[in-house]
Design a protein. Structure first.
Length: 418
């Protein structure tokens, strides 16, 4: 079994295409300068903080659309095509941001960046499912998160240095990293159409055959909707780490350095703990693992509101970070249990939409609740996480034949217009 093999062996057994995805994710997360510095750039251009916040919100709307469109592109035209379109489109649009005048034009352009920047996500997730054997998928998604976390931890430091010279360098740097992933994808990833597998006998009876397709099939998959609901809840609660945790740290009498150290602790624990932990979690019932992680996330966030000392706040960070490392790799791999091969992109896109929705609701609703009553806010966080844990327990894909265990070649048969 994959979970019984040494970690080094499991990593060596991952296919080349998986490592290309890991490398590309590191590149674009390292170079994700636009989201980090957009508000500062717009304020420096003379716009108000409110106007800059609206522009950043439009990026989020674009990301929501990009996930949905990206799932369709990945299924219809192939994973490599979707990633290349995403990266080259994002690169071109990002490079134009510092050359654009006026709030309306800039906001529209960064919204377009948001669309292109997320087009790749369903394709990347679907490609991992395509080429990684079932027993190695949790490990693969854990490595993917490691690449993301390391990129996001180091990248902003470089972006800060670039911003000291010119914001133009910031956006050009972002564009360059996206372009690099596009080139990497075109030159090394398998082309052609996604793999297609015959529907299970019971799937045809339920209208789950290849003929239906589209997001209609995803939205009619009730167990998967329960999973998506749990992911909305998870992202809502986890989003408080950047939405209301800094407010609580300030209210407790500490400065931003303490908050930065707490986030640094979170990132360090994710890098050190998550990948080795998957050796134990991947062999267990995925729904129970995710539910346990969400329950622990709720407990950790709820305890935050009661802590006033730095070491106690650090302890709560340890609790909800361990929760994150428990449920996230399993949850990232779980859509493969539901999705037929010809709809993997859309199933991955729906998961991305769920996280985007949770990421939008978390700061908005969380900030409102915190302004009304901090104790109420942290209690609601625990309740939302609890609801998410209950939802995932009901998200049973059942017996879907070979839906979760396709055996595609490392390089699928190319289509005429790949």
């Amino acid at each position: 079994m994959a979970g019984e093999a040494p970690l080094r062996r499991r990593l060596q057994d991952l296919p080349r295409s998986a490592w290309v995805i890991f490398s590309g994710m590191f590149l674009i997360k390292f170079g994700n300068f636009l989201n980090v510095f957009l508000v500062l750039f717009l304020v420096a251009q003379g716009f108000s903080a409110f106007q800059a916040g609206v522009a950043l919100g439009v990026v989020g709307v674009g990301a929501f659309i990009g996930n949905a469109v990206g799932g369709t592109v990945a299924d219809r035209f192939g994973r490599r095509t979707a990633i290349a379109v995403s990266m080259f489109g994002s690169s071109a649009a990002t490079a134009l941001v510092p050359l654009t005048d006026g709030l309306f034009a800039t906001t529209a352009l960064v919204g377009l960046v948001g669309v292109f920047a997320q087009l790749y996500r369903p394709a990347a997730g679907a490609l991992l499912v395509d080429v990684v054997p079932e027993k190695q998928r949790v490990t693969a998604f854990a490595v993917l998160r490691l690449a993301i976390n390391v990129g996001m931890a180091v990248g902003p430091l470089v972006g800060g240095l670039l911003s000291g010279a010119s914001y133009t360098y910031v956006f050009l740097g972002d564009a360059l990293f996206s372009f690099a992933f596009g080139v990497l994808a075109l030159s090394t990833l398998p082309g052609g159409r996604p793999p297609v597998e015959a529907p299970a006998p019971d799937a045809a009876a339920k209208g789950k055959g290849k003929g239906k397709g589209g997001y209609r099939e995803v939205l009619s998959d009730r167990p998967y909707l329960l999973f998506l609901g749990s992911m909305v809840a998870a992202t809502f609660v986890y989003g408080q780490s950047t939405a209301t945790l800094p407010l609580h740290v300030t209210d407790a009498g500490f400065d931003n350095k303490v908050y930065g150290l707490l986030l640094g602790l979170n990132a360090l624990l994710c890098v050190v703990v998550e990948l080795p932990l998957t050796k134990h979690t991947e062999r267990r019932n995925p729904r129970r693992v995710i539910a346990t992680g969400l329950a622990l996330l709720g407990i950790g966030m709820a305890l935050t509101g009661a802590m006033q000392a730095v070491w106690l706040l650090a302890l709560t960070v340890v609790v909800w970070t361990v929760a994150e490392t428990v449920y996230t790799p399993i949850a990232n791999a779980y859509p493969a249990e539901f999705s037929p091969a010809h709809l993997r992109g859309r199933y991955q896109g729906a998961e991305g939409i769920a996280h985007t929705l949770g990421g939008a609701l978390g700061p908005a609703v969380g900030g409102l609740l915190y302004s009304i009553s901090p104790p109420l806010h942290w209690t609601v966080c625990a309740a939302v996480a609890g609801v998410g844990a209950l939802l995932i327990l009901g998200a049973n894909p059942g017996n879907r034949g070979e839906v979760s265990t396709p055996k595609p070649a490392e390089t699928p048969e190319p289509a005429p217009a790949a």
